[in-house]
Ligand binder design. Structure first.
Ligand SMILES: Cc1cc2nc3c(=O)[nH]c(=O)nc-3n(C[C@H](O)[C@H](O)[C@H](O)COP(=O)(O)OP(=O)(O)OC[C@H]3O[C@@H](n4cnc5c(N)ncnc54)[C@H](O)[C@@H]3O)c2cc1C
Length: 425
């Protein structure tokens, strides 16, 4: 590829914050709300003009993993902010328990502490409630802003590198945003990768991994006799659309090619589904997701790498800050249910091995492939966000780097907020 020398230039500082969250998916929005509620001056940066990421921009309208899908399922692992989001959507008629007879998940009372395994939701209701929650927490919001670079400082004596802020591209040009702690909730680990963090990419390494696909919404189906999909909300249903295969979704050209390819194949995909499902006979596509559903890209190498064994044996580490109980999904082989009530997500998996000033949250945390196939559920991602935002606020309050946060104090605070961390009394 040819190169072009871009001249250095002086750019305005958009603001100086305690906590800067990059990405407003499930992880980022929960991180921002938690940081704001904990008194941190917080900015959340998002390229779209709404929150949710995969949940809304990719139409992935079914939060799963709120408790184990099969017995034992006594423990509701997603509480705190994620639970609040679901209860608020239920109150507005924008969510419903999505029980699966195939997998024996049963409906609960749909009240605080008694939520079911999964909930289908209206993506519009999600956008509204999440926006209300971020606003109520007092956070600043910068929509239509694309993270493009990291601001870093290197200590001349120790060589230690600290993230001090980010650069964003906007309609009005390029801005610097300064943050005492930056939370990378971009899904792809863009901030950490740009800052030079080490990461794993199992998909690109050729390991058996989850593919990307374009979701789409249909209307006009026979709602009484639906046998396909779990994301039915009133007259809308979301379907899992054409697969984009296993290309590099962090590469600009490849990502664009993937979008072109799946969008050209949606109609054909739907016709095939219609042929096999009588309830779709009169249905039509009402919307394709603005964004291809990207399941996995980079996993940042953190102080701890969560393993499949941790997941399958139900390890609750001493620094657990969230719980998860979703089955390990191996789409093209088996669905491995957990034989316990849940496992813990260690705080260390949010802390990049070498960089300071930075936490990661969401689908780019430090994990192996098998573990990811369980904790990737939006229920867990929301809980991780809450933990990361609370930790960032605590780091700022106590004047320490995120890696030096007093984990006991963090856990106490999370429990007070109503989160489940596997160590609640
Ligand atoms: C096809 C598919 C099916 C799935 N099925 C389910 C399911 O049934 N149930 C379930 O619970 N989970 C499911 N998942 C998993 C789940 O949706 C994800 O793991 C989760 O939503 C990830 O959340 P996140 O916040 O970590 O990342 P994302 O949702 O990817 O959010 C990242 C956010 O950052 C923003 N962003 C990214 N880069 C930049 C940048 N450079 N500048 C500014 N903003 C940026 C994005 O716009 C986005 O809002 C599925 C995922 C996919 C793709």
């Amino acid at each position: 590829m040819n190169t072009y020398y871009e001249q250095a230039k002086t750019i305005p500082v958009y603001g100086e914050y305690d906590v800067v969250v990059v990405g407003g998916g499930c992880a980022g929005l929960a991180a921002a709300v938690a940081a704001g509620r904990n008194g941190a001056k917080t900015l959340i940066i998002e390229r779209y003009p709404f929150f949710g990421g995969t949940a809304t921009a990719s139409l992935m309208a079914d939060i799963v993993g709120i408790r184990n899908q099969v017995e034992p399922n006594d423990l509701q692992v997603m509480k705190g902010l994620g639970e609040e989001l679901i209860l608020r959507m239920l109150a507005q008629g924008g969510a419903r328990a999505a029980v699966s007879t195939a997998y024996k998940s049963t409906e609960r009372s749909n009240t605080k502490g008694d939520l079911s395994y999964s909930y289908a939701f209206s993506t519009e209701c999600f956008k509204l409630v999440s926006l209300q929650m971020v606003r109520e927490a007092g956070c600043d919001i910068l929509f239509h802003a694309f993270f493009s670079d990291t601001i870093k400082e290197t200590c001349p004596e120790t060589g230690k590198e600290t993230v001090k802020g980010v650069i964003v591209e906007t309609k009005s040009g390029r801005y610097a945003v300064m943050g005492k702690v930056v939370i990378d909730a971009s899904g792809d680990g863009d901030v950490a990768a740009r800052a030079g963090a080490e990461f794993m990419d199992y998909k690109m390494a050729g390991e058996k991994s989850l593919d990307d696909c374009l979701m789409y919404k249909v209307t006009g189906f026979d709602a009484e006799n639906v046998t396909i999909g779990s994301c039915v909300m009133g007259t809308d249903m979301v379907l899992w659309g054409p697969s984009a295969g296993w290309h590099d979704s962090t590469d600009a050209r490849s990502l664009s090619d993937m979008e072109v390819d799946v969008r050209l194949r949606v109609a054909e995909d739907f016709e095939k589904l219609k042929a096999g499902h009588a309830e779709l006979k009169d249905a039509r596509i009402s919307e394709t997701a603005p964004l291809l559903g990207i399941r996995q890209t980079r996993f940042i190498k953190g102080e701890y790498v969560i393993t499949g064994e941790d997941v399958l044996t139900g390890v609750v580490p001493g620094d657990s800050v969230a719980m998860a109980a979703n089955p390990v999904i191996r789409y093209y082989g088996y669905r491995r249910f957990l034989e316990h009530n849940g496992y813990g997500i260690p705080y260390r998996s949010f802390v990049p091995e070498k960089l300071d000033g930075l936490l990661v949250a969401g689908r780019c945390i430090s994990s192996d492939q098998i573990a990811y196939e369980s904790w990737r559920a939006m229920s867990t991602v929301l809980c991780m966000g809450e933990a990361a935002g609370t930790a960032a606020a605590l780091a700022v309050k106590t004047g320490v780097e995120p890696r030096a946060v007093d984990v006991k104090a963090l856990q106490k605070q999370l429990i007070e907020q109503g989160a489940e961390i596997g160590q609640n009394k």
